[in-house]
Design a binder for this molecule. Structure first.
Ligand code: NAD
Ligand code: TDX
Length: 337
């Protein structure tokens, strides 16, 4: 029997990338559990074979539904791969409540089902749980870095990680965790930094840089995040945390200037807007363990080429993002951003 994966949040940006990756590279069947919030779309699963991918619209905090979907999973090869989350820092500053519901209660609900049924679970998390680094800090984040989250988003992701670790230790749940750096690529919501600036430029609007733009993010293509998660699912050691990164540190100013240049504009034709409250200065992942122990390596090593392809995707898929754009920009305008 081919393995059966329950992918939560599989209709969002990174979860849908993983579903496409699994269908292309394994013989697994996938059930996607997704609430289809503002960030999720059934269209992200277009083109996938109907006999291998099923979408169930629902909430990961709905214990009865989760029970129904987890009970049939077997202990051999089947797994829950948990991507579903409220994922945007700026939204967590205006209304933290859905972050508590999905990231904490939702993760708890999945863990309880995994505990009842002995199901393998992989929990997808973020480098933001470690807080931020100084620009000149010689050490990057490792799996031993203490947790120190800054925003309601990262605090709820940190809480969800700690729940998973506690369920491993106290109840023997068979889980692995991964903390990944900033993803870019096709199908990312236009609220996020890179797609916001690309779609602004398509609309003739200048990019918006928070503060001075010196904050550093460690960019990885979503395809590489997916291949890393699949590697951990197949070869990771139960109970372990793996950090996923591709040595992609860049400050926001560099990224905005590169987007402007690639889209044929003056690289300085952007606006500085109000900074994000509590804005983390720098994220940077040390991915040595994943590379040396599990032999994973990123395929997208040229950020400029990956960014150019991402720009092309947004140019060619306006129907995908157009419906999100006006409401997203209205929220940013209200926040002075
Ligand atoms: P996203 O916002 O694009 O997608 C989230 C998906 O989860 C959506 O499809 C949404 O409908 C679904 N969802 C939300 N609440 C739900 C609920 N209660 N029940 C079921 N489904 C629900 O997010 P993303 O950027 O694709 O991030 C996916 C995961 O990866 C998250 O766990 C995030 O913390 C993590 N992560 C993201 C990044 C990044 O750069 N975006 C980096 C590291 C880790
Ligand atoms: O318009 C903008 N201008 C700007 O300068 C926006 C939307 C963002 N920024 C800055 C803030 C950050 O320093 O760009 C950087 C990236 O911002 P986001 O895309 O909002 O990402 P970030 O806050 O770094 O978090 C992302 O990476 C870690 C994801 O959204 C999280 O889900 C993930 O956990």
């Amino acid at each position: 029997m081919s393995p059966h994966l329950l992918v939560t949040g599989g209709a969002g940006f990174i979860g849908s990338n993983f579903v496409h990756h699994v269908i292309a590279h394994t013989d697994a069947r996938v059930t996607v559990l997704d609430k289809l919030t503002y960030a999720g779309s059934a269209a992200n699963l277009d083109g996938l074979p109907e006999d291998r991918v099923r979408l169930v619209e629902g909430d990961i905090a709905d214990a009865a539904l989760v029970e129904e979907l987890v009970a049939p999973l077997t202990e051999e090869g089947d797994a829950i791969v948990h991507y579903a989350a409220e994922s945007h820092n700026d939204n967590s500053l205006s209304d933290p409540s859905p972050f508590l519901h999905t990231n904490i209660t939702g993760t708890f609900t999945l863990l309880e089902a995994a505990r009842r049924h002995g199901t393998r679970l992989h929990h997808v998390s973020t480098d933001e749980v470690y807080g931020d680094l100084e620009l000149d800090d010689p050490e990057r984040f490792t799996e031993h870095t203490p947790y120190n989250p800054s925003s309601p988003y990262s605090a709820t992701k940190a809480g969800s990680d700690l729940l998973v670790r506690a369920w491993v230790r106290s109840f023997g749940v068979r889980a692995t965790l991964s903390n990944c750096s900033n993803n870019y690529g096709p199908r990312q919501h236009v609220e996020k930094f890179i797609p916001r600036q690309i779609t602004n430029l398509i609309d003739g609007v200048r990019p918006r840089l928070y503060g001075a733009g010196l904050n550093v993010r460690d960019w990885i293509h979503a395809d590489d995040h997916s291949s890393a998660v699949l590697t951990i699912l197949e070869r990771g050691e139960l109970g372990r945390t793996y950090l996923i990164g591709a040595d992609g540190e860049k400050n926001n100013l560099e990224v905005v200037r590169l987007i402007l240049q690639l889209m044929g504009h003056d690289p300085d034709d952007f606006e500085h807007v109000d900074d994000r409250p509590g804005h983390d200065l720098r994220y940077a992942i040390d991915p040595t363990t994943l590379r040396e122990e599990l032999g994973w390596a990123p395929a997208h090593r040229d950020f400029e080429a990956g960014l150019a392809a991402t720009i092309d995707w947004y140019r060619e898929n306006e129907a995908w993002w157009r419906g999100q754009k006006a409401a997203t920009e209205a929220k940013y305008r209200a926040a002075g951003q």
